[in-house]
Unconditional design. Structure first.
Length: 401
């Protein structure tokens, strides 16, 4: 889709920005990750599980968003470091930044400064709350602020954070769409654009029916576990006789009737208490109790066979090991060897077809791994020029190469 002459500059940290730019790496672009030398790079390099290798700066978490990138240490707090960033921005097609409001201007990395150097530059700007709100934001905070934490969990349990950084991922999708639209605009006009989005906006824009149930119906949604406020049974988890759990989704009248008949409860198909979707919502507890009790008498393979025959949507509740036994999941696997160890990851792009082509990205980079390639190859600096910039602090306290 892109070639290596298409350059994406990442001045971001943790997940939202890195996931955005990894997508461009998967599409063939050259993605350069500028990392803070004072922290030895992206914070997620150190976000390790207890059993991960101590001697590597590539954690499992870092691996989820940084395949296909080159890494360069760059200290934006000094003029020499800013000069390096400016030189790269002048050659870039896209820059993705994530700063607290005002920091990008203070560091000379704002859209006005960089677009003056490169009028074709597309500048993607991430913030927590948008506008001038100075608060820093992490995904867990924005899950709470955007209503997800309140909605997630069992009815009699506490609010619960989602098990992935969902708001970061939702923002990445919004930003990718904005950047691609800006590229289309540049094809027509020849000029770059500013694309902004925030975690709070990405979260609220994704509330879907939970937001409109409140805005239209005047009902403040409450925690329902796996259940759906508008459809019954939908998202319902059934424990089978062998202990395996199955989730069902009977979203239409036909699917509801086929479900109860497949379970051996044909009387529920014509029971006036459950004759419409709204009645099933009103009589949720009674209906689900009948369905769950019946499912508990069936082996999971038997239940699955019945639902397949009835064309009722269902799935098994899988742990992560079972997830990657599925063909669809295996198609997204990235596998490589790094430092003599096997390394695996997952693609961030899940689309295909004739319109796009993806590449197999290289493994996530070590901190400052590509300094020579970037400084000498892309920027054309010789050893003396690099040494002078190092002496001026451009690369911070990083050890000598």
């Amino acid at each position: 889709m892109f070639d290596r002459n298409f350059i994406v500059l990442e001045i971001a940290n943790i997940l939202a920005g890195p996931v955005t730019t990894m997508a461009f790496a998967e599409l063939g672009a050259r993605v350069i990750k500028l990392e803070n030398p004072h922290t030895r790079g992206d914070a997620t390099r150190g976000w390790k599980l207890a059993g991960e290798a101590d001697d590597s700066d590539i954690s499992g978490y870092f691996s989820c968003a940084n395949w296909g990138k080159e890494s360069l240490a760059c200290d934006f707090t000094c003029a020499a470091g800013r000069d390096i960033a400016h030189a790269l921005a002048a050659r870039a097609d896209i820059v993705v930044v994530s700063f607290k409001p005002g920091d990008e201007a203070r560091l000379g990395l704002d859209y006005a400064t960089l677009s003056a150097l490169n009028p074709r530059l597309i500048y993607g700007q991430i913030s927590a709350y948008g506008g001038d709100d100075p608060r820093p934001g992490f995904d867990a905070i924005l899950q709470a602020e955007a209503g997800f934490t309140y909605l997630n969990g069992e009815p009699d349990g506490p609010p619960t954070k989602m098990p992935v950084a969902l708001i970061d991922l939702l923002l990445a999708h919004q930003l990718k769409e904005g950047l691609l639209l800006a590229l289309l605009k540049r094809e027509r006009s020849g000029r770059g654009s500013l694309v902004t989005t925030s975690l709070i906006e990405a979260g609220v824009a994704s509330l879907a029916n939970q937001a409109t149930n409140y805005l239209v119906g005047g009902v403040v949604p409450q925690r329902m576990g796996s259940e759906h406020p508008n459809i019954v049974p939908y998202g319902s988890i059934l424990a089978c006789a062998d202990g395996r759990e199955v989730v069902i989704a009977a979203a239409t009248e036909r699917q509801y009737r086929e479900l109860v008949c497949a379970l051996g409860l044909p009387e529920l198909a014509d029971d006036p208490a459950y004759a419409t979707g709204q009645l099933r919502v009103r009589n949720r507890d009674r209906l689900l109790a009948r369905i769950r009790d019946q499912a508990a008498t069936l082996a999971s393979a038997d239940l699955a066979a019945r639902l397949i025959a009835a064309k009722v949507p269902f799935g098994f509740v899988n742990d992560m090991a079972a997830v990657f036994e599925q063909a669809g999941a295996r198609r997204l696997l990235l596998e490589a060897a790094q430092d003599g160890r096997p390394l695996r990851g997952v693609r961030t792009l899940a689309f295909g077809g004739d319109a796009v082509s993806t590449v197999t990205p290289t493994p996530p980079p070590h901190f400052d791994q590509h300094a020579e390639t970037i400084l000498g190859g892309l920027l054309g600096l010789d050893r003396d020029a690099i040494a002078a910039r190092r002496a001026a602090g451009a690369f911070g306290p990083a050890p000598a190469r």
